[in-house]
Design a protein around this ligand. Structure first.
Ligand SMILES: Nc1ncnc2c1ncn2[C@@H]1O[C@H](COP(=O)(O)OP(=O)(O)OP(=O)(O)O)[C@@H](O)[C@H]1O
Ligand SMILES: [Mg+2]
Length: 225
């Protein structure tokens, strides 16, 4: 993983929500914390080109998100703050297969990729289930499986433990820890990012702190007090 922000800025309706920022992310586990509206999701969306910088550049694994959008996007699997909104087809297996369509795999290979992805996150039994009937924890895991099926180098999860009970929260935490992929987690669940080598703290559209988890969390606790 190699993500470079070069004076990258984000604006909505001419309002700057992320001030020009330069940094490089290469650690396998990155956490992003901060108050509501501080710019965390905006920062995450810049990484895969869901949002393009209004100034500066974002280069993900060597691909400029503005000029090489498809390559940048292919490197990143993104799980939204509300993953239920990512579900479009009725059955779990159909929904996961949808993400593989652009690969033009033979049916048997696509089926194997779908089953393998569900197995990796421990939900092989949900293959034939209706996606809209899944529980919150199951939706989160199914969204993760859908993303993993596309073999991304980087997985971005925006608030993955939001609204989950303690058991599902712990399951998501263990699943994240076990992933071979690079993971960027945006979260208000500070324990989730507590062991991470690098955690970024956003505050009012700026990077207020960038350091190991304990240091950044400590800073956030003071800032929020
Ligand atoms: N599509 C949009 N149009 C206009 N303003 C937006 C849009 N998306 C985000 N913003 C604004 O940008 C700012 C940063 O939002 P962002 O979603 O990045 O915050 P966040 O740190 O992820 O917050 P939360 O913890 O609540 O998810 C907020 O003021 C928000 O209202
Ligand atoms: Mg957000």
């Amino acid at each position: 993983m190699d993500i470079v922000f070069d004076q990258a800025e984000a604006t909505f309706d001419r309002r700057v929500v992320l001030k020009p920022l330069s940094l490089r992310l290469t650690e396998r586990r990155i956490g992003i914390i901060g108050l509501n509206g501080s710019g965390k999701s905006t920062f995450a969306r810049l990484i895969n080109g869901l949002l393009l910088p209004s100034a500066g550049r974002v280069v993900t694994n060597g691909h400029d998100t503005a000029t090489h959008a498809a390559q940048a996007r292919a490197a990143v699997g993104y799980i939204f703050q509300n993953p239920a909104s990512q579900i479009v087809l009725p059955l779990v297996r159909e929904d996961i297969a949808l993400g593989l369509q652009s690969r033009r795999l033979a049916k048997a290979d696509a089926d194997r990729a779908v089953a393998g992805a569900l197995e990796r996150v421990g939900i092989a039994h949900l293959l034939e289930r209706r996606a809209h009937e899944l529980s919150g924890g199951e939706v989160q895991l199914a969204a993760l499986a859908a993303v993993l099926a596309t073999s991304p180098d980087i997985v971005i999860m925006d608030e993955p433990t939001n609204q989950l009970d303690l058991r599902n929260r712990n399951l998501i935490e263990q699943t994240i820890h076990a992933l071979d992929e690079n993971v960027i987690v945006v979260s208000h669940d500070l324990a989730l990012v507590s062991g991470f080598p690098r955690v970024l703290l956003f505050h009012e559209g700026t990077l207020a702190h960038d350091g190991p988890a304990e240091e950044t969390i400590d800073r956030y606790l003071k800032l929020a007090a």
